[in-house]
Write a new protein. Structure first.
Length: 170
């Protein structure tokens, strides 16, 4: 199984890429130099002015996602950023500990994902109960579902298969 840090950073990158693909799929692409220059200004290797956070806000402002999904995407971005930019975080006792999916803050963020609370349930004997998933699994499930939705929206199912395969591989 991949390390927590690898899962968070790669999962965040895949989600970022899927969201970018969803946006770009709806942009003008008439082959003109003007269009090419305008597109390249926003989307280029190494990043452009549209950061992951800005793309998430634009997805909300353009009605691509609703408020609950927007909140989840912000949470997933925050998790990704903690793993990418921190080695340690303070725990509930104000003691520094490694950033992992077992850290109190990360666990809480994963448990508060609207997607997890709403959709990760099973019916047994006519009772609904939340399927017990680790914080890492909750993060991965949310990344897979949201990435899948963005890639389907973009009409790019072949890229969707690669994202899901990459995330699920051990």
């Amino acid at each position: 199984m991949r390390s927590d840090r690898a899962v968070a950073i790669l999962g965040g990158a895949m989600l970022d890429d899927a969201l970018t693909t969803a946006f770009v799929s709806k942009w003008r692409d008439d082959g003109s130099p003007q269009t090419k220059k305008a597109r390249e200004m926003f989307i280029r290797d190494g990043g452009g002015p549209l950061t992951f956070g800005l793309m998430i806000d634009l997805a909300y402002l353009t009605h691509l996602v609703g408020p609950k999904t927007h909140n989840d995407l912000v949470t997933l971005k925050n998790i990704r950023n903690k793993f990418a930019h921190r080695i340690v975080m303070k725990n509930t006792k104000h003691v520094h500990e490694s950033v992992t999916f077992r850290h109190h803050t990360i666990k809480q963020w994963c448990s508060n994902l609207n997607f997890v609370a709403t959709h990760i349930a099973v019916t047994t004997a006519s009772k609904k109960r939340l399927v017990r998933k680790t914080p890492k699994q909750k993060f991965l499930l949310a990344v897979i579902v949201y990435s899948s939705a963005f890639l389907l929206y973009a009409g790019n199912p072949s890229k969707l298969k690669k994202v899901v395969d990459d995330i699920l591989q051990n």
